[in-house]
Unconditional design. Structure first.
Length: 84
């Protein structure tokens, strides 16, 4: 939960991080059974849209993130997959 409701993550068991396309596909497949997941996914994705041009993170205005990572490597900008 990134503050907007349920949001499916991918990559288990090695890592569990939000992936844009994978999360949207999972939410679409669950919509008939748990529509709140689709709502949470859409609100979360909208909140993470790019707002500026940043070549290091491949951010562009309106672009939906590929993946988001948190932690030491993200905090020190050693990986580009940080929140827009």
């Amino acid at each position: 939960d990134m503050g907007y409701g349920s949001f499916p993550v991918a990559g288990l068991p090695w890592f569990g991080v939000p992936f844009g396309r994978d999360s949207l596909i999972a939410a679409l497949q669950m919509i008939a059974f748990q529509p709140e997941v689709a709502k949470g996914t859409l609100f979360t994705m909208a909140s993470q849209q790019g707002t500026k041009v940043d070549p290091w993170r491949d951010e562009q205005p309106g672009k939906i993130m590929h993946e988001i990572r948190y932690g030491e490597l993200a905090n020190t900008n050693q990986i580009p997959f940080t929140p827009y």
